[in-house]
Design a protein around this ligand. Structure first.
Ligand code: MLT
Length: 393
C-alpha cells in the first residue's frame, strides 16, 4: 500500500506560528474587537516603500501592454534583478556574480526546497533555539538532526568542535530568535569546520539589514565561504515583503561536493520545478536595490530599530535579562520569576493583550524564554512597553 512520508508523524501537532494564531483567534472569540499588541510573529507593520509601489504599478502597466508584456520569466530570476542583487554584494566588496544569484519567492520556501540538493541520509546540524522551519523541513524529509544547544553560557552562539558530525549546518545571523550576531572570527570557525569536513552551511541572512555595527552581514565576507556555503536571504524583513513574497539565494560556482556542482544542480532543480517568480514582483524587488529604494527601506528599518530600543529600555527598567535588539530585530528575554514560556504567553495575552512568542517554540532549550519582535506598529510598541512595565515592575 502507498506509504505517505513517515516523517510527518514525528512533527509537533502544529507549526509554532499557526499554534499562536489559533490562541489569538480563541481570545478574539471571547473578547471580540479587543486590541492586541502584536509582537509575536516577525511580520512587518509598515507598508512597502514608494519606490517599490511605483515599480509594482509600472510593472502592472507593462503587463497590460502588447509591447512590454512578459510571459514566463527565467526560472532562476530575471537578469535585471539578479544583476541588481549581485551589485548589492559587489558594492560591499563581496564578489558575487549575477549567475550565482537565484531569485526565490521567499527564504522560508527556499530553506525547505534547497534540501532537494542533498541525500536524505545526510545529517542536519541545528543550533537551538532555532527558527522552527529548519527543524520541521528536515523532519518532514526524514533527515536525522543533530542539535547543538545555544544558551547564555555561549552568548547564544555555539562554536563547532571536533566531536560534531553533520553534513548541513544551519546558521542564522542576526539570529532568529535570540538576536545574537556572529562575529567574523565566529563565522570563520564554522567555515573552516565545514570546509575540513566537506559539509555545507545554510546561512540564513534574512535579518542582515539590521546590522549596524561592524559585524558580518553575509557569510561571503568570510574567506573560504565560497566553497562551503549557500546564503538564503529575503526581502520580507528588509523591505516589508512578508505579504508580497520575494527572496534570493546565492550559490557560488565553487561549491562542489563529490564532484557535483551545487549551483548547476540548483539550476536543474529550478528549471524543472518552478516557472520563476512573477515579473511584477521582480520589478518591485529590483526597486529595493536602487539608491532611492535603499534610502526608503532604511527609513522603515530605523523605525523598527527604535521599536527595539523602546522595548529593551522597558525590559532594562523592569530588571529582566535580555539579549538581541541591537543589530537584530528580535529581543530574547528571560521570563520573570521562573515562569515557563507558554504560561508567560497566556499571562501577557490575558492581562495586557501583548503577544510575543514562547521561547520553547524554538526548541526545548528555549523553555523559560520569550521572544519579542520589533516589527510591530510603533505606537503599539510604546503602549506594549508601558503595559509590560506596569505589569512586571
Ligand atoms: C518569525 O517570526 O520567526 C518569522 O517571521 C517567521 C518567518 O520569517 O517565516
Amino acid at each position: 500500500m502507498l506509504q505517505p512520508k513517515a516523517g510527518y508523524q514525528n512533527l509537533k501537532d502544529s507549526y509554532l506560528f499557526f499554534g499562536i494564531s489559533r490562541k489569538i483567534e480563541a481570545y478574539l472569540n471571547d473578547y471580540p474587537g479587543a486590541h492586541l499588541y502584536r509582537m509575536g510573529i516577525g511580520d512587518v507593520s509598515l507598508p512597502l516603500c514608494d519606490a517599490v509601489i511605483r515599480a509594482l504599478h509600472q510593472a502592472v502597466d507593462d503587463q497590460a501592454s502588447r509591447d512590454r508584456f512578459h510571459g514566463y520569466m527565467p526560472e532562476c530570476g530575471a537578469p535585471f534583478l539578479r544583476e541588481a542583487i549581485a551589485r548589492f554584494y559587489q558594492d560591499r566588496n563581496i564578489p558575487v556574480l549575477a549567475d550565482e544569484v537565484f531569485v526565490s519567492s521567499g527564504a522560508s520556501d527556499e530553506l525547505g526546497d534547497l534540501l532537494d540538493l542533498f541525500e536524505v541520509s545526510s545529517t542536519a546540524l541545528i543550533m537551538e533555539p532555532a527558527y522552527p522551519a529548519y527543524v520541521d523541513a528536515n523532519i518532514m524529509a526524514g533527515r536525522k538532526i543533530v542539535y547543538l544547544t545555544a544558551g547564555p553560557e555561549n552568548d547564544f552562539l555555539p562554536l563547532p568542535d571536533d566531536r560534531l558530525q553533520a553534513d548541513l549546518i544551519y546558521i542564522c545571523s542576526p539570529n532568529n530568535p535570540t538576536g545574537a550576531v556572529c562575529s567574523r572570527a565566529h563565522l570563520q570557525a564554522w567555515v573552516d569546520w565545514a570546509n575540513d569536513r566537506g559539509a555545507v552551511i545554510f546561512f540564513d541572512a534574512a535579518y542582515e539589514a539590521f546590522v549596524t555595527e561592524d559585524l558580518p552581514r553575509s557569510i561571503f565576507e568570510i574567506p573560504g565561504a565560497e566553497s562551503c556555503a549557500i546564503e538564503i536571504c529575503s526581502l520580507s524583513k528588509t523591505a516589508g515583503f512578508t505579504g508580497t513574497r520575494l527572496g534570493y539565494t546565492v550559490i557560488p560556482r565553487k561549491l562542489v561536493r563529490r564532484g557535483m556542482n551545487l549551483r548547476e544542480m540548483w539550476i536543474r532543480n529550478r528549471t524543472t520545478k518552478t516557472n520563476g517568480v512573477s515579473y511584477i514582483l521582480q520589478r518591485g524587488g529590483a526597486a529595493v536595490f536602487t539608491p532611492e529604494g535603499q534610502e526608503q527601506i532604511r527609513r522603515n528599518i530605523r523605525i523598527y530599530q527604535e521599536n527595539a530600543r523602546v522595548m529593551t529600555e522597558a525590559l532594562a527598567r523592569i530588571g529582566i535579562r535580555f539579549w538581541g535588539g541591537t543589530n537584530a530585530p528580535y529581543i530574547w528575554m528571560q521570563c520573570p520569576d521562573g515562569i515557563k514560556s507558554w504560561p508567560f504567553f497566556d499571562l501577557l495575552l490575558s492581562r495586557i493583550q501583548v503577544i510575543g512568542t514562547p521561547g520553547v517554540g524554538f526548541g526545548a532549550c528555549g523553555e523559560g524564554y520569550f521572544r519579542l519582535s520589533s516589527f510591530g506598529d510603533p505606537e503599539d510598541t510604546k503602549e506594549a512597553a508601558r503595559r509590560l512595565v506596569e505589569l512586571l515592575c
